[in-house]
Design a protein around this ligand. Structure first.
Ligand SMILES: NC(=O)C1=CN([C@@H]2O[C@H](COP(=O)(O)OP(=O)(O)OC[C@H]3O[C@@H](n4cnc5c(N)ncnc54)[C@H](OP(=O)(O)O)[C@@H]3O)[C@@H](O)[C@H]2O)C=CC1
Ligand SMILES: O=C(O)C1=N[C@H](C(=O)O)C[C@H](O)C1
Length: 243
């Protein structure tokens, strides 16, 4: 496949370039901030566009994918919820896979989290912890945001149930809050833990990514899958056949 890659010089861009080389895909255009992205995309005539750049670039990248009628794989995280809704509506004009995490393991973690939230019920206090490298620009991670969505859905809670960190005289924990804690440091590729804690026992579900190749291979798998799909929004669960 011929792929146009946006964010090519970044950590994920480099991982995708390596993974493409290993799996026989060509990078028809390697694009970053400062490039004439519309002109380069038009010239590349790529089979799919993969975007792992910055959330501020997503709207323009969607517009280009739609104008060129080219499948789009979005890996970028950090979009405010109201902005993301509009972006999803625009991207549905082409086959678009949008996932905050392209690893198979995290997509299993999503399923396990849903099951645990449902089986354990509201007596089990839910908290999400993520840790990433010191260079990460957004918090909480896209993966953690999805884990929170799953817990909120299963417990029929609104977004304002999420408690981001705690400080000072917080009072006792309320039964309906869901804690969210983001740690940053060093070169951590991506750790996510969901805790369900009751009086007398605690369940912890943890995923640790140790190599960005795991996300890169997932994004390429999504691109290969997307070119055979009808226009619409898909996530990695669709690609993996888990839905
Ligand atoms: N879905 C998933 O599985 C994963 C998602 N991610 C997400 O992918 C994104 C990128 O992560 P990472 O590679 O670590 O970040 P980096 O900062 O290493 O790379 C981002 C790249 O995008 C470029 N860029 C920035 N703004 C624009 C723009 N407006 N147009 C085109 N290119 C731009 C940057 O250029 P410059 O440096 O010059 O600004 C840089 O080359 C993040 O949102 C991250 O959360 C990361 C890992 C896995
Ligand atoms: O920025 C990163 O590095 C990562 N971002 C994604 C996220 O925000 O969830 C996925 C992965 O954890 C690495």
């Amino acid at each position: 496949m011929n792929i146009a890659l946006i964010g090519a010089k970044g950590r994920m861009g480099r991982a995708i370039t390596d993974a493409a080389q290993q799996t026989g895909h060509a990078i028809a255009a390697a694009l970053d901030a400062g490039d004439d992205i519309p002109a380069a995309l038009a010239a590349a005539r790529a089979d799919a566009i993969i975007d792992f750049s910055h959330h501020s670039a997503t709207a323009a990248n969607i517009a280009q994918a739609v104008a060129l009628n080219t499948p789009l794989i979005i890996g970028t995280t950090g979009h405010p919820a109201d902005e993301k809704k509009k972006l999803l509506a625009a991207a549905a004009a082409v086959p678009c896979v949008w996932a905050g995490n392209y690893s198979v393991g995290v997509n299993l973690l999503y399923a396990l989290t849903r099951r645990a939230a449902s089986v354990l019920g509201p007596d089990y206090d839910a908290e999400v912890i993520e840790m990433h490298h010191r260079f990460k620009k957004d918090a909480p991670s896209g993966t953690a945001a999805r884990l929170l969505e799953i817990i909120l859905e299963e417990r029929h809670l609104a977004a304002d149930a999420v408690r981001h960190g705690r400080e000072g005289i917080t009072g006792e924990r309320t039964p309906t809050e869901v804690g969210m804690h983001s740690l940053r440091g060093g070169d951590v590729v991506g750790d996510h833990t969901v805790i369900f804690a009751a009086l007398g026992e605690r369940v912890e579900l943890t995923h640790k990514a140790s190599d960005r190749a795991i996300f890169a291979r997932g994004a390429l798998r999504a691109a290969v899958w997307a070119v055979t799909q009808k226009p619409g929004i898909y996530d990695m669960q669709d690609v993996l056949g888990l839905t």
